[in-house]
Design a protein around this ligand. Structure first.
Ligand code: GFB
Length: 315
């Protein structure tokens, strides 16, 4: 078991939803957390990252920083999703290796797996087929990050690990309707439809794609567990094992916020991958379990949105 006590843990990307959840979780446990805004270190600039890590000398690094977004953001900004993510992960891993950190955790995404991978997707499905076109740029960058972490372990004997979370939601999400993921978008649309007395609410695509959703606090819990208990070259899936259709999650969101109108499916918008369920049995076999069900988690996300509407909308 890797002991986190007394260690300084740098959370790269602490202003994002995942980084924010990690800060809350690690500080609650009494750990020493290091964070730095873009004014202090711009993660796409190698010299800045190296200078920051050399000066601060963290013991543990979590790469939660990334250019992220939903299906439309991926299509609109392919360079940001490929180029910036390659630089962010390469810069942080090089600086961490040079500084001799004790452990590094890299975060990928379930979109690294082939579009037509057998479901549920095991870790072995990586690089067995073509990617889903709508998120290939992000997926290629994340696959490179997994391989880079594995390469540092192989060439330099460093304890670098990679975790692949499923689709996430929760406090600190991005609620911008064009760049966000589906849950924050539908939460906002349902609240606005309810408040304006609208008869309908628009859901992108056919409503039939299946997704596996995890509350970000469950992810933070799993990541702390993996830091303490996992040390292996192979990436590891982090999911709930529960999947719902987009139409079902839209209806649960409407129930949650009290919107009683009709759903209208806009088929001019892409569906993306038809199904994306991960096999998380390796993690479950280690004894970890998610704690937050979808209805409870959505109520928490709604509370967060209601309490922080202006900050969330500027994301
Ligand atoms: O969450 P999402 O944008 O990303 O979309 P992916 C999931 C599904 O929800 C798609 C549908 O079938 C969308 O068409 N959807 C319905 C909506 N209404 C909406 C809406 O108002 N907004 C959005 N955004 N979707 C992402 C990748 O894929 O998965 C990322 O793009 C990342 O790079 C993430 O890998 C985990 O699940 O399709």
């Amino acid at each position: 078991m890797f002991d986190l006590s007394g260690k300084t843990i740098w959370i790269a990307g602490h202003r994002g939803m995942v980084g924010g959840a990690l800060v809350r979780r690690l500080q609650r446990d009494g750990h020493r957390v290091l964070t730095a805004g873009r004014d202090r270190v711009d993660l796409v600039r190698q010299a800045e990252v190296e200078a920051f890590v050399a000066a601060e000398r963290p013991d543990v690094v979590i790469v939660a920083a990334a250019r992220v977004g939903g299906i439309a953001a991926n299509a609109a900004r392919p360079v940001d999703f490929l180029h910036d993510n390659l630089l962010i992960e390469a810069n942080i891993m090089r600086a961490a290796a040079d500084a001799g950190v004790a452990k590094l955790l890299f975060l990928g995404s379930s979109c690294i797996y082939p579009r037509d991978a057998a479901q549920p997707m095991t870790e072995a499905a990586l690089l067995t087929g073509p990617l889903e076109a709508t998120n290939q740029w992000y997926a290629i960058a994340k696959i490179a990050g997994i391989k880079l972490a594995e390469a540092y372990r192989q060439q330099h004997g460093l304890d670098f690990i990679s975790a692949m979370p499923t689709n996430l939601y929760g406090p600190g999400d991005n609620y911008d309707l064009e760049s966000s993921h589906v849950i924050p978008a539908l939460l906002r649309k349902a609240i606005e439809a309810r408040d304006s007395g609208a008869a309908t609410m628009t859901v992108w695509g056919s409503g039939t794609p299946l997704r596996e959703f995890m509350h970000v606090d469950d992810l933070a819990d799993a990541l702390v567990f993996l830091l303490q208990n996992y040390s292996s070259p192979e990436h590891i899936n982090v999911g709930t094992g529960q999947e719902v259709t987009i139409a079902e999650v839209a209806r649960i969101i409407c129930d949650t916020v009290g919107f009683t109108g009709e759903l209208v499916f806009d088929r001019s918008r892409p569906d993306g991958t038809p199904r994306k369920l991960m096999d998380s049995s390796r993690l479950l076999a280690m004894g970890w379990r998610p704690q937050i069900g979808l209805r409870e988690g959505l109520a928490d996300a709604w509370r967060d949105f209601s309490e922080n509407p202006t900050t969330r909308l500027s994301a």
